[in-house]
Design a protein around this ligand. Structure first.
Ligand code: 3PG
Length: 306
């Protein structure tokens, strides 16, 4: 089978080598489309492939229609809001992710951003420490759980909210369960966001939640920009001169936020949460193995469009 590795944001060389090795040893061929800038390049590249490995690359209905032989798409990573699941399902295309494989990289960045904001973006002046502060975790999945563990290492008190996670998980981790989203934000000096972008969550974090946070609070977003109500965020930052916002996915209005709020806001130049060699290798190799296994045995363990 022909497997396309379509990564606008390329994987580390070692990950690419590993993907090729796994696929070719199983008798498949890997073709590459890295650092592309035009949608047409992707449309052309999918024309004769049976499988695609992607990162945040967009698999739209147009892409699916341009890929008549396509059987499987694997998002090498966690969030699959970049894939039109309905279009894939309609064409019988299996969509998978590789849960947990890049989580540590994202968790480390979230904690790094907390330190960065607590220390005035590493510029001169008196900062604060994470120790003794309350770390709120919104969605306690693979990344959230690791952020909690790291936060505990810094001496933070960890509180989390996730209605989908069994109470036993919070108990085992020694993490307090917040009663509600409102309760979580009300208590968190640092709030680390890990909710996916879905119809329910888009625009759900806004003025009300942010202004309920304690004095000097910081919201850290390594999840998705779409979950933020940007007008509400701007209002909250305006009303509360003590609030801060750091994100790994620049807001559409980031330039305006930076102009208005200076060092109280921060955005990475390009999403870099999963940009480590280790995360690339873990997620890339998992994606290749899942495809090989799918073609060999029909294994659909990580399918997300069942
Ligand atoms: C994910 O959902 O796995 C992360 O957001 C990483 O995305 P990326 O592969 O585009 O870096």
């Amino acid at each position: 089978m022909k497997i396309l590795l379509a990564t606008e944001k390329p994987f580390a060389a070692e990950a690419v080598e590993g993907i090729k090795k796994i696929a070719t040893e199983a008798g498949h061929e890997v073709v590459m489309l890295e650092k592309y800038s035009d949608k047409q390049q992707l449309l052309d590249a999918v024309a004769d492939v049976e499988a695609i490995i992607i990162r945040s690359d967009k698999i739209t209905s147009e892409v699916v229609a341009a890929a008549p032989k396509l059987k499987i798409v694997v998002r090498a990573g966690a969030g699959y809001d970049n894939v039109d699941l309905a279009a894939c399902t309609a064409k019988g295309v299996v969509v998978m992710n590789t849960p947990g494989q890049n989580s540590n990289a994202v968790a480390e960045l979230a904690i790094g951003m907390m330190v960065f904001m607590a220390r005035n973006q590493f510029s001169p002046g008196t900062g604060t420490e994470l120790k003794g502060k309350t770390l709120g975790i919104h969605a306690y999945g693979n990344v959230g759980r690791l952020v909690g563990l790291l936060g505990k290492g810094f001496g933070m008190k960890v509180v989390a909210f996730d209605p989908w996670v069994n109470d036993a998980v919070f108990d085992v981790d020694g993490v307090e369960k917040a009663a509600s989203v409102a309760d979580l934000y009300r208590r968190s000096n640092y709030l680390s966001l890990h909710i996916p972008a879905t119809a329910e969550t888009k625009g759900s974090i806004g003025r009300e939640l942010l202004t309920s946070m304690p004095k000097g609070a910081t919201l850290i977003n390594t999840a998705r920009k779409e979950v933020i109500d940007e007008a509400g965020l701007a209002k909250a930052l305006e009303e509360r001169a003590d609030l801060k916002y750091a994100t790994d996915i620049a807001a559409d209005t980031q330039a305006e936020l930076a102009e208005k709020f200076g060092k109280r806001v921060f955005a990475t130049a390009k999403k870099m949460g999963a940009e480590t060699a280790e995360a690339n290798i873990n997620a890339g190799l998992a994606a290749a193995s899942q495809i090989v296994d799918f073609f060999a045995t029909g294994n659909v363990k990580f399918q997300v469009n069942k």
